[in-house]
Design a binder for this molecule. Sequence first.
Ligand SMILES: Cc1ncc(COP(=O)(O)O)c(C=O)c1O
Length: 475
Amino acid sequence: MKRPLASEIPTLIPFEPNSGIPFYKQIYNGYRTAILSGQLRPGQRLPSTRTLAVELGISRLPVVNAFEQLLHEGYVEGKSGAGTYVKDTIPDEFARPVLERRLEFKKPLEPADTLEEIVGPFRVSLPALDQFPNKIWSRLVSRHAKNLSVELMTYGDPSGYLPLREAIAQYLNTSRAVRCEANQILIVSGSQMALHICARALLKPGDAVCIEDPAYPGARDALRSTSATLLPIPLDEQGIDINRIALQKKGARAVYVTPSHQYPLGLTMTASRRLELLDWARRNKSWIIEDDYDSEYRYTSRPVGSLQGMDTASRVIYIGTFSRVVFPSLRLGYLVVPIELFNEFRSLRETLDIFSPTLYQLVLTDFLQEGHFSRHLRRMRVTYLDRRNAFLKALSDHLGKYLTPYNTDAGLHLSAFLPVGIDDREIVRKAAEHGVSATALSTCYARKHSRSGLILGFGGANERRIRAAAQHSVK
Ligand SMILES: Cc1ncc(COP(=O)(O)O)c(C=O)c1O
């Protein structure tokens, strides 16, 4: 089938045969306005005079007259028989700003230049997008985009692309000490979807679910979405307080934890606390939802394995994501599910958006299998260590009086406490006015008596920007 040309897609111009306004004038005004407003872009083809006359149900003459006027005034160019196109440069000076603004989108986005302008430095959850191996990734995308077979264009398996599940299982076994086979892995569109699936699979309305307090608000929202009762459980230095879980009158059907790098406080759950939690889940036949969102990056202490890997009773559902180790707009993450729950999880996943885009699953499989992923992780550990160090130094040089960083050994963000009595939401609002993005720690607490502080990302901005932003924030 012939690809439709721009000229075959009619441009909507106002045209009213009974208005009393001459036809040629309505057509001229309609196209001139469409060009000036950017509805028609430079280089875009106008329909042929014959096609337009047929579409409008009028003779060709007024259309030809209108086009000649546009040609004469320099809005369009073209030779007879070769089509009429919107000119690259147009005559009206007043139109330039609008057009130039629109044309900016034609330039490829360069993350290093534009990202911080959009979100500001210190945005939580952002990896170093300026360091991503774009060339390799583009090569893999075009490899698959060129050879996309019919089989790959049709509906995919809701569980995910099998070679990707195998590659993830291998990675998790070796790097995260997760004990799993590919048939336990369910590919999802990021860990946020994984949390929703857990909520639907594990909780009935009225069930109780324990959650770390403070916690990731997205997890709170997902777990609440099933009308389950949320039981916020405080943390001590070792992690979630098991005694407080045991004290709850309403027995909890599940508990949500981030044991490798507690979000937002950055604690690592100790081995003894992990064993206690697993023991509690085993005795109560409750589930543990382990959100392992950014454990790939640790700086000064030894890597910690997953809680799932210590579980001998199949009570843990493990969640991982490529948002921080590849990039967030990829929207690919995964669940590792005890085998007896797998079919139910798979059906629920199917009810959400059926399956994740096959093309990007293929690209990611190659990225993992060909070693690009592990090379990228190795490089990023050095980058993030440098950024973290620059960040800590900038905080102590410029903001040491106000901010006390807490647990700074892992991940791409840290929490820093503000002096008692300072409203962190107000500080975040003021920082945003200066283009500095931060998250108020108090928004992560379910209890009224929250700690006031800021959650600050250091992964997304380079060292120069980190220093400049910290200096700027003092003002
Ligand atoms: C603790 C935690 N879990 C889950 C997510 C969601 O990540 P995604 O849906 O991009 O995988 C985030 C994002 O910031 C997070 O911080």
